[in-house]
Design a protein around this ligand. Structure first.
Ligand SMILES: [Ca+2]
Length: 215
């Protein structure tokens, strides 16, 4: 094998590894099977429709688009993953890029839940105060997940969408104090699936100030 070929192969290997490391667990919504983003749990389709969008990408070539009609505006659409709490981490920074088009009668944002091995909630936040509404450019939403209990075993995190309109989600990242968490740090856990009744807003008309009871 001549030196030029070796260099090309090494470059390709490096590029492949780099791509994988910067997009762990499909956080950039680049990988899809049967119109579903791999690794992600999404709310059943009757509450909204999703598609791979190549025209609106905050990173890579694609983003996740979620469209909700006025008929399902009172339901929360959620896209999420569950992972084991990464080792040797006291705080994790969660960020995501969101973009909205005519989001009405609701808003969209990010959330996390820290749970014990038996599913008891240790901490939860849905950041309604950092949400987006209406029509927006890409915005980065960021928060810190504090792992304060030794009982913390899993983290459920992602984005949610209440109301109607279109929401794009892309470039989700988890970082510890020193670096971006990659596939080696992120051990998936089967999602504690929400049942349909969990997704219905209990109050009849008002947009809730907290989503704690319905996510
Ligand atoms: Ca992307």
């Amino acid at each position: 094998m001549n030196r030029a070929v070796k260099l090309i192969l090494i470059s390709l290997l490096f590029f492949t590894c780099s791509t994988r490391n910067t997009n762990p667990r499909n956080f950039s919504f680049e990988n899809w099977i049967d119109n579903s983003p791999t690794e992600w749990y999404t709310t059943p389709g009757k509450y909204g429709s999703i598609r791979k969008d190549s025209n609106e990408a905050a990173s890579g070539n694609y983003s996740l688009s979620i469209t909700k009609s006025p008929a399902v505006s009172k339901y929360v659409y959620k896209v999420s993953q569950s992972i084991s709490v990464p080792k040797n981490t006291g705080e994790i920074i969660l960020s995501a890029q969101l973009k909205g088009k005519e989001i009405k009668n609701g808003y969209a944002g990010i959330f996390y839940t820290v749970l014990t091995s038996t599913g008891d909630v240790l901490s939860y936040e849905d950041f309604t105060n950092k949400s987006i509404q209406g029509t927006t450019e890409w915005e980065t939403l960021t928060t810190t997940i504090k792992i304060e209990s030794e009982k913390a075993q899993r983290i459920n995190f992602g984005a949610w969408f209440l109301g109607s309109g279109e929401l794009w989600v892309d470039d989700i990242q988890l970082k510890n104090e020193t670096s971006t968490l990659g596939n080696n740090d992120l051990v998936p856990i089967q999602e504690l699936e929400a049942i349909d009744s969990d997704l219905i807003i209990q109050s009849s008309e008002a947009i809730p100030s907290k989503l704690s009871d319905i996510l």
